[in-house]
Design a protein around this ligand. Structure first.
Ligand SMILES: O=C(O)c1cc(=O)[nH]c(=O)n1[C@@H]1O[C@H](COP(=O)(O)O)[C@@H](O)[C@H]1O
Length: 238
């Protein structure tokens, strides 16, 4: 049966690949993430399809713009009836506050359920070398925790961060805060372009509320078996 803490990233650009994977995974996955590649290729059709299959959807478009533009963009996306939307926390406290306030007002006005809004802290692909090269002086974890606190102050539901920072975020932001961690790799599986990673069990022990996992499942020879093995590991931490 599905573990509602697992979100499978559908990073494809063809609808038939999505359908084949969702059919293959069946009841063992209840939550999917639709990102830029899929949404820019297929559009709203994929959201409609996943909802028809009774799946929850995290629409990951990582908005990063001036407050009004980001907020209005999110209000448009909320009409799709997805469960989670996201922005970049580095877009500022003001952007996040404007976004969540307008999203709540607009969904209350129209009667659409308000999606959870979470903020990306520091991308899990970024390592210390990338971090220094863009002029950052703090260490990555300090910056992640700083952005997580700002996200909470702005009134959002949680953050996206690496499993390596989950424990520090949990301590700083409390039990109710969503901590969604990509950068999860079962032992022995290719890391690809991810840098700050952990195995599923460690991510949960560190305090992650949800794990976003793509290629370890979608690129596996047997995606169903790969998902089941991950779920089995996850079930050891409750
Ligand atoms: O917002 C995200 O979902 C995200 C943030 C982040 O910091 N790192 C990250 O990998 N992601 C997404 O999580 C997914 C990870 O996929 P895999 O690396 O294939 O497991 C991709 O769809 C990324 O776009």
């Amino acid at each position: 049966m599905a573990d509602e803490r697992l979100i499978v990233a559908l990073d494809f650009h063809e609808m038939d690949k999505v359908q084949a994977l969702v059919e293959n995974l069946g009841d063992c996955v209840s939550y999917y993430k639709v990102g830029m590649e899929l949404f820019y290729s297929v559009g709203v059709e994929v959201i409609t399809y996943l909802k028809q299959q009774n799946k929850e959807v995290f629409l990951d478009l990582k908005l990063h713009d001036i407050p009004n533009t980001a907020a209005r963009g999110l209000c448009s996306l909320a009409r799709l009836g997805v469960s989670i939307l996201n922005v970049h926390a580095s877009g500022s406290y003001t952007m996040m506050k404007t976004a969540i306030d307008q999203l709540r007002q607009e969904t209350a006005r129209t009667g659409i359920p308000c999606p959870k809004l979470i903020a990306v802290t520091v991308l899990t692909s970024i390592d210390q070398t990338d971090w220094t090269a863009i002029g950052q002086k703090t260490n990555i974890q300090e910056q992640v925790v700083r952005l997580a606190k700002l996200t909470k102050q702005a009134g959002l539901d949680g953050v996206v961060a690496s499993p390596q920072e989950a424990q520090a975020i949990r301590q700083a932001c409390g039990e109710e805060f969503m901590i969604v961690t990509p950068g999860v790799r079962p032992s022995g599986v290719a890391t690809n372009d991810q840098s700050r990673i952990a195995v599923p069990m460690q991510a949960l022990k560190n305090g992650a509320s949800h794990l976003v996992i793509g290629r370890p499942i979608t690129a596996a020879k047997d995606p169903h078996a790969a998902a089941l093995a991950i779920i089995k590991e996850m079930e050891m931490v409750r």
